[in-house]
Design a protein around this ligand. Structure first.
Ligand SMILES: [Zn+2]
Ligand SMILES: [Zn+2]
Length: 261
């Protein structure tokens, strides 16, 4: 996890032979810096995948794609939304030289990693989460979603690593500084997942099989790392062992230590 939160998101999923960047929501310069800090070489990336067109997921995309010239995968609607919103220094629409369009629900292959995009409820054109399969392991990735519908819960079964949004504490959001309209948006069915909603998933539906659970996209205003961790750990309960359900927090300011398994 290179960066996580409302000021920018980016992560790397890698097998021995393939390296994928998931979202490019911080500047290209910052992505390069954090990749190097995490022992990753930017020019070794095989592809960039985009979950949705909100700026905290695409801010550095145009520059990064131009520099690395790797394929960029997104849905057609996400691409349209992105191209409509972004202009380069000359006021022109940025283009991605190697655009690869995918459809939610249809798996595709990047090197030896099988990618399955699935629809998530969020207020963007065509937002997706992903599962990644390679070398007998499965990683689930679900941030920026207002709630966890049954279809998303299904995709997240059998994961070895789960990256889940734990955006806000409901009471902190209610009593916090955001204008009411923004609070309503965050709390809505197409907003962001609360600590409480994630805890409900962990307690009721989650199969408990992941080695690591990464809490991501934490709000800096309406959450606190200790509160998010406490809610998740309480819900996971005795299923937390040395081998299972170790809770990690992805943060905004720096890259997380890489998870290797
Ligand atoms: Zn978003
Ligand atoms: Zn976001």
């Amino acid at each position: 996890m290179l960066a996580s939160g409302s000021r920018g998101n980016s992560a790397i999923v890698a097998s021995v032979s393939t390296r994928i960047l998931v979202d490019a929501g911080i500047s290209c310069r910052e992505i390069f810096k954090r990749m190097k800090a995490a022992g990753e070489e930017p020019h070794a990336l095989s592809a960039i995948l985009i979950t949705h067109e909100h700026s905290d997921h695409v801010y550095g995309l145009a520059t990064l794609a131009k520099k690395l010239k790797v394929p960029v995968f997104m849905t057609g609607a996400t691409h349209q939304g992105w191209a409509r919103a972004v202009r380069d220094e000359k006021g022109e629409r940025p283009e991605v030289a190697r655009l690869e369009l995918f459809e939610s629900g249809s798996s595709f292959q990047v090197g030896d990693i099988q990618v399955t995009p699935f629809t998530i409820p969020h207020d963007a054109a065509d937002p997706v989460g992903f599962t990644f399969r390679a070398e007998g392991a499965k990683i689930g990735f679900a941030t920026d979603l207002g709630y966890l519908p049954a279809s998303v819960r299904d995709h997240l079964r059998g994961c070895d690593v789960l990256v889940m949004e734990s955006n806000h504490d409901v009471e902190m959001l209610r009593g916090g500084p955001y204008p009411w309209s923004v609070k309503q948006r965050v709390m809505s069915r197409v907003g962001h997942l609360s600590n409480e909603a994630l805890a409900e998933f962990f307690a009721s539906d989650y199969d408990g099989g992941a080695a690591y659970v990464v809490l991501a996209h934490l709000s800096e205003q309406n959450n606190h790392p200790a509160i998010a961790r406490g809610a998740a750990e309480k819900a996971l309960g005795s299923r937390q062992t040395l081998l299972h359900n170790r809770v990690l927090l992805a943060v905004q300011a720096e890259a997380m230590q890489p998870i290797r398994f």
